[in-house]
Design a protein around this ligand. Structure first.
Ligand code: PLP
Length: 410
């Protein structure tokens, strides 16, 4: 019921948006055009070009049970959020998108469509917060999990059993940047009536659209590239199947982990420059990865845009650009890595990624510290491994910073 109420609000909004111009929901338009216009038309009594921040908890009804444009209460729907959801749907080529208060809240909403006894297959180096949610919250509620390497599709076939309801994957993964064949994996899952969920945070919708490769649900931490300015925590889900949209819409309202109108506004502001930012992130990351590969101080560099990447061909086919994340293993282990992280001047030593400013971090000590040492070793997250989220500053300055920090730490 609630799902369909929200669906009608959404359709109504799309209709209102389409009244003046049809451009906003037209999938044939280029990504950058959709990013700037989808879901948004000059609005309100003064035709403001930016969608207003509807900082309100409720909406006045003309008569009991008669909802103005379908809006009754802001957990269920808020116009700033509706605009953001329409925008995000257009970016992933989805029919619906749902915004959440964090990426973890979005992942939680996906898990709520499962039931006790269901089995989930998940990539073995999934985002740490996702692993924690599965292992510490949903395992207790009777959902079972298998964590496998998804670089090889045969591993998936071997892990599927009659209770398997969901495949959850990231490509490229964090921090090892392993690339898996989304189209092949989703096809295998489909043969077994199992839905495929892709966490597309590392790519952003500009680089890859998993729904077009056969996935059923796309997850984003909009805290990262979608937000892009390190000032919002947010999450999103995108789907094209009507029944899945209905179920997720129900969970979004029933659980209520919705984003505030101000955060929706900030994200709408951010997606307008997503194409520009991702192009620059990728260009800068390529420059740094290519340099690191030639350095004697470096044991290995992993970047999907390097021909040396183990799945380079697949990355070229599946990803429009190689993205902003670079992983490097420095010679000299932990002491060297520590000195390197302390020596950078433009890169900031911080967790998170995807913002305009370049960040650097040490997964074994920081983002992946909760993963048991043996598991880290088995995955290849060594003590000399450093993860770079390459920002959109001048590429030459970032390169100089990496060079001086390598020299200072040797
Ligand atoms: C950050 C991140 C998340 C979690 O998102 P939050 O917004 O921090 O809750 C999920 N998946 C990936 C790949 C991430 O990088």
């Amino acid at each position: 019921m609630l799902g369909s109420l929200k669906a009608s609000i959404y359709e109504n909004w799309m209709k209102l948006q389409g009244m003046k111009k049809e451009k906003s929901s037209n999938k044939a338009l280029g990504f950058a055009t959709r990013a700037i216009h989808a879901g948004q038309e000059p609005a309100g009594p003064v035709n403001s070009i930016m969608t207003p921040i509807y900082q309100t908890s409720t909406f006045v009804q003309p008569s009991p049970g008669e909802y103005h444009q379908g809006y009754d209460y802001a957990r269920s729907a808020n116009p700033t959020r509706t605009a953001l959801e329409a925008n995000l749907a257009a970016l992933e080529g989805a029919s619906r998108a749902f915004a959440f208060s964090s990426g973890c809240a979005a992942a939680d909403a996906v898990m709520h469509i499962l039931s006790s006894g269901d089995h989930v297959i998940c990539g073995d180096d999934v985002y740490g917060g996702t692993f924690r949610l599965f292992d510490k919250v949903f395992k207790r509620l009777g959902i079972t999990f298998s964590y496998i390497n998804l670089e090889n599709e045969e591993n998936l076939r071997a892990a599927i059993n009659p209770k398997t309801k969901m495949l959850w994957l990231e490509s490229p993964t964090n921090p090892l940047l392993k690339v898996s064949d989304i189209e092949k994996l989703a096809a295998i899952a489909k043969e077994h009536d199992c839905i495929t969920v892709v966490d597309n945070t590392f790519c952003s919708p500009f680089i890859q659209n998993p729904l077009s490769l056969g996935a059923d649900i796309v997850v984003h931490s909009s805290t990262k590239y979608l937000g892009g300015h390190s000032d919002v925590i947010g999450g999103a889900l995108m789907v094209s199947d009507t029944e899945l949209a209905e179920r997720i819409g129900f969970v979004q309202n029933a659980v209520g982990a919705v984003p505030a109108p101000m955060d929706c506004f900030l994200l709408l502001r951010s997606t307008k420059t997503l194409a520009l930012r991702i192009e620059r992130h990728s260009q800068n990351a390529q420059l740094i990865a290519e340099f690191l590969e030639t350095s004697d101080e470096v044991e290995s560099v992993t970047y999907p845009g390097l021909a040396s990447h183990p799945q380079y061909e697949l990355a070229q086919k599946q990803m429009k650009l190689a993205g902003g994340m670079v992983t490097v293993v420095l010679k000299g282990g932990l002491p060297r890595a520590r000195r390197f992280l302390e020596s950078v001047e433009i890169f900031s030593l911080a967790e998170s990624l995807g913002g305009v400013e370049s960040l650097i971090e040490h997964p074994a000590i920081m983002t992946h510290a909760t993963i048991p040492v043996e598991t880290r070793a088995a995955l290849g997250i060594s003590d000399g491994l450093v993860r770079l989220s390459v920002g959109v500053e001048a590429g030459a300055d970032l390169l100089d910073d990496v060079k001086q920090a390598l020299a200072a730490s040797s």
